[in-house]
Design a protein. Structure first.
Length: 252
């Protein structure tokens, strides 16, 4: 949701074939560093004293959540993959369509600096592909970039859905990104929604709104919590902080 931070994609990762449908892309794909700056819109509610208290409560609950197996554990890949550099890791990096990721940034990473109340959410499409909304719009991202991150990343699944329903939610998110072209093509889908309280629009999306809308529109499950009024904060999409979500992965 709150993409008010600088994001530089990781480079120099191990080359591997990347498959989208019947398309196979061999070798490493050049990834340009991109800076996500503050976007116009209402002042984030989490920057207030009340918002900070709500965030602290969500973070405490999320950190205290236990790791549960995914619904379809046979499709989970090993959590000990060579691209995972985390010092502490539980569970397996989600690869099943319709699972999702929430990044809880920290300020002790040498490459990145974040405001403490920012975060980011994305939908898993396959073991190779993530769908996420950044400043330039809803787009495709290489899954291995997420897998290699060293700060707090949670993987989740909705408790009340089937594997088929999760897959439908993943397809919903993918439709907002448009047809896959290549990972460096920015803004190929719906534009970014900078009004975090306008969750009813479907002409544009912010990151956590995209995940929330995917399940609300396909499975009639509302993942919003009482925090932050009707805005959907990424931290609301973490098990422990949200009783409708099960945490299946945590790397930090």
């Amino acid at each position: 949701m709150k993409e008010h931070f600088g994001r530089a994609h990781l480079a120099g990762l191990i080359a591997a074939p990347l498959i989208i449908g019947a398309t196979v892309l061999m070798g490493a794909i050049p990834v340009q560093a991109e800076t996500i700056t503050a976007v116009a819109g209402p002042k984030p509610i989490e920057s207030s004293a009340e918002g900070q208290r709500e965030l602290a409560s969500l973070i405490k609950k999320a950190k205290g959540s236990s790791i549960a197996p995914d619904k379809d554990a046979t499709k989970a890949t090993s959590s000990k993959g060579s691209t995972v550099q985390s010092t502490v890791l539980s569970g397996s990096f989600p690869t099943r369509r319709g699972t999702f990721l929430v990044e809880m940034p920290t300020t002790n990473n040498a490459t990145y600096w974040y405001q403490p109340y920012t975060g980011h959410a994305a939908m898993v499409y396959s073991q190779y592909s993530i769908v996420e909304s950044l400043r330039e719009g809803v787009r495709w991202t290489q899954a291995r970039l997420w897998a290699a991150r060293t700060w707090d990343v949670f993987g989740g699944t909705v408790i009340g859905t089937s594997v088929a329903q999760d897959s439908a939610a993943g397809d919903y998110a993918a439709r907002q990104a448009g047809a896959f072209a290549n990972y460096s093509s920015a803004g190929i889908g719906k534009p970014y929604n900078s009004n975090f309280y306008d969750v009813d629009t479907r002409s544009k999306f912010y990151c956590s709104q995209l995940v929330w809308a995917a399940f609300k529109d396909t499975a009639s499950i509302n993942l919003d919590t009482s925090a932050f009024l009707w805005a959907i904060h990424p931290y609301e999409l973490i098990g422990g902080a949200n009783p409708k979500i099960r945490t299946i992965y945590h790397a930090y």
